[in-house]
Design a protein around this ligand. Structure first.
Ligand code: CUA
Length: 196
């Protein structure tokens, strides 16, 4: 603190006491700096979530993890990609220790896609590299992510939530094909990326 003999508030006080106005000024300065940092962080969150279309899971849809493979939506015959009457596609997968079932799904490009995943055992991660798709798959709930792929190609889909000893080997693949090519594929071809 600069000493100023003309200003009684800036005179050095005994015993290291700091004048009150100096304390107020310093507190105000740090408050402005902290508020500015908070504003920058909030702006980064808002801007990136808008530009990358990120959003937290918006639906809470419970499902019985014990019976999900036996009947209903996640029975084996319903897994993979299905075309809906409105032209969109739904991809259903089960994430389990230590694989995705099916381990490859084929999807049409330029089409609204609805991913629906659930887990019978522990929490897994569902991320599609180079896309806005990134969510957790929690046992007892259905995770739903909507997206669309503008260009055909392969997307890696590793489990990104530590789920046990085999975690690093748990991954799947999404193959996006041109929109007009998709309806010609058979059911098996839609749920498998192995050459037929
Ligand atoms: Cu499943 Cu990590």
């Amino acid at each position: 603190m600069a000493e100023d003999p003309r200003n009684p508030l800036r005179r050095a006080l005994p015993g290291g006491i700091v004048p009150e106005d100096e304390v107020v000024r310093t507190e105000r300065r740090w408050f402005i700096i902290m508020f500015g940092m908070l504003a920058v962080m909030m702006a980064i969150i808002v801007v990136t979530s808008i530009t990358h279309a990120l959003h937290p899971p918006s639906n809470v849809e419970p499902i019985d993890p014990v019976t999900l493979q036996l009947n209903g939506e996640f029975a084996e015959s319903n897994l993979g990609t299905a075309l809906e009457p409105d032209g969109s596609a739904t991809a259903r997968l089960i994430a389990q220790q230590y694989s995705f079932v099916p381990n490859c799904v084929t999807l049409p490009a330029g089409t609204p896609v609805n991913f629906r995943l659930t887990s019978p055992d522990v929490i897994h991660g569902f991320i599609l590299v180079d896309t806005n798709v990134n969510t957790m798959v929690v046992p007892g709930f259905v995770s739903e992510v909507r997206t669309s792929f503008s260009t055909p190609g392969d997307y890696r889909m590793p489990c990104d939530e530590f789920c046990g000893l085999g975690h690093q080997g748990m991954w799947a693949r999404v193959t996006v094909v041109p929109k007009d090519q998709f309806p010609k594929l058979t059911r098996v071809e839609r749920t498998s990326c192995a050459p037929q």
